[in-house]
Design a protein around this ligand. Structure first.
Ligand code: PHE
Length: 354
């Protein structure tokens, strides 16, 4: 039978040894090893001693039990203290266990609302088999106008509307400018690839415009181009109608109004009428709103890139995602999208990646 004195002695020795060992440790790994040595549930010295309590006379147990607990507390505190001594301050702060403390504020970026709209539109066309491409924002008269069947005496090519650049460079065969639409990407793609072509080209375009609620000198456009054998006006209408229904919902109506662009023939302006649901559940139709310019690619354009215009046909469209974002989010002034006021932009933030 064990006597209580020998257990008390062993406890004292254990206490002294453990505190000494903990004091000299300088690595968290070593500290953990000590914790297991002394406090480990199975083989830990303290647990082993605790088990010996059962061999004592029951009258002696409470006093020794209290002593075991005292030593246990002391070792535990020493381990804890040493641990915080070895742990960098910021890790200690993170391990504070008061879950009611407010979280740490982090600045988090978000995807710009216009880019969110571009992404949504891209996802739809991607599903229809389009490839996403981009062209240069600094381009020249050939790509921006002439190759697109637009003579330089056309009003759009006027210095009043187009921002010409004063950078004489051998890179440009004709006058360099900031592209005034994304249509030059049509030419660049057709120059480099043979049909079939199905591309979507989002990007910024520039015009000599004064800012107001509906105009900004820099804005985004999304160009689309489809060229292959046997592409008809029906493909054109069906593709754009499918896009409108996927973007605004299955009840969206679409109409094509005759229009004119030098690079498409026939040309159309495309309007949509959205089905809106009111708060009380009743459905109303929106007004017709114009979402894009479009048309069947003019044979002259196909010839300008060396395509056989007898063999290939196609359609093109250009839309303004900023305008579409205005409608989608009920924003009344286009300039808000470009002023980068974070109080405005944060409303469109959807989380760490959007
Ligand atoms: N580029 C035209 C514009 O900026 C839009 C358009 C694109 C029209 C393609 C027809 C075909 O207004």
């Amino acid at each position: 039978m064990n006597d209580s004195n020998s257990i008390l002695k062993a406890l004292k020795a254990l206490e002294a040894e453990a505190l000494d060992a903990i004091k000299t440790v300088s690595e968290t790994d070593d500290l953990e090893r000590l914790r297991i040595t002394y406090m480990g549930r199975k083989e830990g010295s303290l647990s082993v001693l605790l088990r010996e309590l059962s061999t004592l006379d029951s009258s002696e147990r409470p006093a020794i039990g209290a002593e075991v607990n005292r030593v246990k507390d002391i070792i535990q505190n020493a381990l804890k203290e040493k641990k915080s001594e070895l742990t960098p301050a910021d890790l200690i702060a993170d391990s504070i266990e008061d879950l009611t403390l407010p979280g740490r504020f982090r600045w988090m970026g978000g995807i710009h609302p216009v880019n969110q709209v571009i992404d949504e539109i891209w996802q739809i066309f991607r599903g229809l088999g389009f490839t996403r491409v981009r062209g240069p924002e600094v381009d020249d008269e050939w790509y921006n106008f002439e190759a697109l069947n637009t003579p330089l005496d056309h009003p759009a090519a006027d210095e009043q509307d187009t921002i010409y650049l004063n950078i004489p460079s051998p890179e440009y065969l004709t006058s360099p400018l900031l592209r005034s639409h994304t249509s030059p990407v049509q030419i660049r793609v057709m120059e480099s690839y043979e049909p079939p072509i199905r591309i979507l080209a989002p990007g910024m375009v520039y015009r000599r415009d004064t800012s107001d609620a509906t105009h900004t000198p820099a804005f985004a456009q999304i160009e689309g181009l489809v060229i292959d054998e046997g592409i008809t006006f029906l493909d054109f209408k069906a593709t754009l109608a499918e896009f409108a229904r996927r973007f605004w919902g299955p009840d969206t109506k679409i109409r094509f109004r005759p229009s004119f662009f030098p690079f498409t023939e026939p040309s159309a302006e495309v309007d949509v009428k959205r089905q809106l649901t009111m708060r009380d559940g009743t459905k109303v139709e929106s007004d017709w709103i114009e979402i894009m310019g479009a048309g069947m690619v003019d044979p002259n354009v196909l010839e300008n890139v060396g395509y056989d215009a007898e063999r290939y046909t196609g359609f093109a469209f250009g839309m303004g995602p900023s305008r579409i974002a205005l409608l989608k989010y009920g924003v009344s002034d286009l300039r808000l999208f470009f002023e980068n006021d974070t109080r405005f932009l944060a409303q469109f933030s959807r989380g760490p990646l959007g």
